[in-house]
Design a protein around this ligand. Sequence first.
Ligand code: CAA
Length: 258
Amino acid sequence: MPYTYLIIERPAEGVALVRLNRPKQYNALNLQVLQELAAAFRELDQDDSVRAIVITGNDKAFAAGADIKEMMEKTAVEMKNAPFISGWDAVALAQKPVIAAVSGYALGGGAELAWACDMIIASETAVFGQPEINLGIIPGAGGTQRLARTIGKYLTMEMVLNDRRLTAQEAAQFGLVNHVFPVETYLDEAIKLAAKIASRAPLAVRFGKEAVLYAFNSTLDAGLQHERLLFYTLFCTEDQKEGMHAFVEKRKPRWKGA
Ligand code: CAA
């Protein structure tokens, strides 16, 4: 499907790269970008040749948030009825692992797009923030919840109530970013990480992601039960037999995704 504001590439085996491409507006997320994002993620999540997805912007901006000009005269009902949140939801609900490769501004809904991903690779120039308070609103695409669950109440409060921004290094220190690389290499590094994950046992990757995300929505007891169920279920797969036999036979496993 042709997109106006997205470029989809296949930079490595099993890896899809989704580039936000609205550079003059710092990749501000208008309704069309969000709808394209939702369609692209639904499509890539169904595509068996895709095992991991990288989402990126450009070196100056991952995304500067939801489109303020488009939103400014909207009513609450219009905001609720528009498929506004579908873009973030499609990223957050993907079953395949999703890596955000972030450089420059990741603000408001742009930061929330990164928080919806499973891992974040940042360039040294990345700046993360929830500046919605300056507009008389609060984050509406998961920022208050995903941040509080990741970095805790106090720093989240400062970010949401007082537009505290985080450099890439700070974000890494607080556990929001997996790795920080120079701007010249962050995207290649994100693709390399995605390719490595794409080469692993597909069902185990999928179940591993599901188990970790379960921790965000459940009590410890329910999470442990769910993890155990997924763990036992993997013993129904050919890949579990292959992985363990390959270890014992001192050879590389050949994954089938079955
Ligand atoms: N929406 C719409 N347009 C935006 C935008 C946004 N979020 N961010 C940047 N732009 C546009 C600017 O309006 C400008 O367009 P024009 O040339 O047509 O005037 C262009 O991008 C360049 O921006 P600036 O001139 O402001 O560039 P700068 O280098 O001085 O500053 C910036 C860059 C720091 C990113 C600044 O543009 C900025 O602060 N942007 C807004 C960030 C923000 O508040 N994001 C939160 C949005 S609300 C939200 O996301 C809600 C939610 O939770 C879902």
